[in-house]
Structures are given as C-alpha cells and as structure tokens.
Design a protein around this ligand. Structure first.
Ligand code: ZN
Length: 301
C-alpha cells in the first residue's frame, strides 16, 4: 500500500519521484485510491479480501483465487493512454504546485512529448480539476463577488474593458474558504442576481462592488454590502452588522489569473475559459494542501 501522502505539508519534486519512481508505483497508487489496495472482495468469484497480483509489464492485476483481471485505469482518462503513467502523475503534480498555471509548451518540455499530446494532457487535467471541485455545495458564510473582463485584445493592442473577444467572468470567494468563478453573458441585473441565487446559500452575507445595486440581493434575504470602487472606496466596515465589506480576495484572484494568462497562455478563447477558471479556483480553494490536491485529482480519475 502507498503511504498516506497527507503526512507532509509540503510536496517537493524529490518527494514526488521518491513516491512515484515508476509505472508500478503509479498503478499501485491508483489501486489504493480506487479499490483501497490490492486486497479486496473479488467482483467475479466473490472471495472475501482476495489478493490481487500485478501482471508483469501490463496495467493489470489478477485475482489469486480465480484469475479475474482488474485494470485499475479502466474507465479513466488513463485507460488508453500511451503516455507513461509517471508522466501523467508528474503533469498532475505540476498543476498542483504551480501558481501561474502550466502552459502546453511547458508540459511539452517537462514530459518530452509532442505539443499536441502535452496540450491534450493539460486540458484533461483541467477537466479533472472541474470534476474534483464538488460544485453542488452552495457557498456559505461571508462571500465576496467581483466581476472581471479577461482574454481578448483591443484592435489598438491595448488591453481594457469592453475589448472585442473579452469574456465576462464572475468570481465568488468564501472568506478564507472555497472559491469559484463562472463565465457570464452580461452584467444585467437579472444575470448578476442569478449568479448569487445559484451559488450562494440563502441568508449569507455578500460583499460586492457597486454593480450590484442596493436591494438587488436584499430582497432575496441576503445581507448585502457594496463598496463603491468608483468613489475609491475599497473597504466598508458596517458597525450595525459588524461586517467588513470588501472584495479584496476576489480582486487578488483576478489579478493573479490575468497575469498568469498573459504570461503563460497568451490568449484563452471564451469557449475554453471555464476550464481555466476551474483550474485556478481549484488551486485557490485547496491552496493550503498541495498533497491533498494531488490525491483529489487522482481520486477524480
Ligand atoms: Zn476472483
């Protein structure tokens, strides 16, 4: 059985290669995550706690009692891949430990695969990150909301709001907790309100900028406070409610996201934007546990 990784708070490259030196180590880890190890009840012969042995040079384990074959990668994105599992694991590791994201070029260089393969691996890991987020649970407590305009470029080469090809995105962050971001079609009242209704628990406290007019959320039972960025107001402490209203967490997130897109990915079209948002919010939500992130992703396979 693979040793529980959560023991160490940090996860260095050296530790990574100690844990996953070869294909067998990766397979064993997938067995541990998916079946709890190499001893479990055989689905074919019904033997309780049967032992499964690894077949040499194959991604297959065999039941000691009846010879039933179990492929730990069956039904996962790794099932038909010709890329070594160690490369996949290392790519997942890079996605967990980076701050600015991993470009296709970077993966190509690190894994020694073609750009096409590297790009596909990257997109599949982003999909894993979406899957591992657990989007069903509503955000609770005090939630910050802030919109941003990302991607695209103006014809004059400058960046800015309202540029053609820009995608409007809304970020939501629990104070010191989970984070999510969604693509929105416009900033009309009903669109903004729907984002909150669909993602935030009723009765929660919500910080926004002035885009969210007074009453827009209050009528729905939220405790709402808006900072007026137009008037250079960035924090508003409401003595009556004892709440500090600001959207600094989400603003920081957008700053990092935009800088990363500029430096790492050059340009992301609206079609692919949600994938990249999920990648960055996954890291933001799990930033305190790199090891945990890695295991969440392997679990989501
Ligand atoms: Zn069996």
């Amino acid at each position: 059985m693979t040793k529980s990784p959560s023991a160490s708070p940090d996860f260095s490259v050296r530790e990574f290669f100690q844990r996953f030196p070869d294909e067998d180590a990766c397979l064993e880890h997938i067995m541990a995550v998916r079946f709890g190890g190499t001893r479990f009840d055989c689905p074919k012969c019904g033997t309780v706690e049967s032992t499964f042995h690894k077949l040499q040079k194959r991604r297959t384990y065999v039941c000691a009692s009846c010879g039933h074959h179990v492929n730990p990668t069956a039904g996962t994105i790794l099932e038909n891949t010709r890329t070594p599992l160690v490369s996949w694991f290392y790519a997942i590791y890079l996605f967990c430990t980076t701050r600015h994201g991993v470009s296709g070029k970077e993966l190509q260089r690190q894994l020694g695969v073609t750009y096409k393969t590297a790009y596909r691996i990257g997109q599949q890991i982003r999909d894993l990150m979406s899957k591992a987020q657990g989007f069903d649970a509503l955000l609770t407590g005090h939630i910050e909301l802030d919109e941003a305009y990302v991607g695209g470029r103006r014809s004059d080469g400058k960046r800015g709001r309202g540029a053609p090809g820009k995608t409007i995105v809304m970020g939501l962050a629990e104070r010191e907790g989970r984070m999510r971001a969604v693509v929105i079609p416009d900033v009309k009242k009903n669109t903004l309100r729907d984002v909150v209704l669909q993602n935030v628990e009723a009765g929660a406290t919500v910080s926004t900028d002035e885009l969210y007019s007074y009453n827009l959320l209050t009528f729905d039972g939220y405790s709402h406070g808006a900072v007026k960025h137009g008037r250079k107001e960035y924090v508003w402490y409401d003595y009556q409610r004892g709440e500090n209203f600001h959207v600094n967490t989400v603003e920081g997130f957008w700053k990092l996201f935009k800088a990363s897109v500029r430096s790492t990915h050059v340009q992301i079209s609206g079609k692919h934007m949600q994938r990249y948002l999920d990648e960055f919010t996954f890291r933001a939500s799990n930033r305190h546990r790199v090891n945990g992130m890695f295991d969440l992703l392997v679990g989501a396979l």
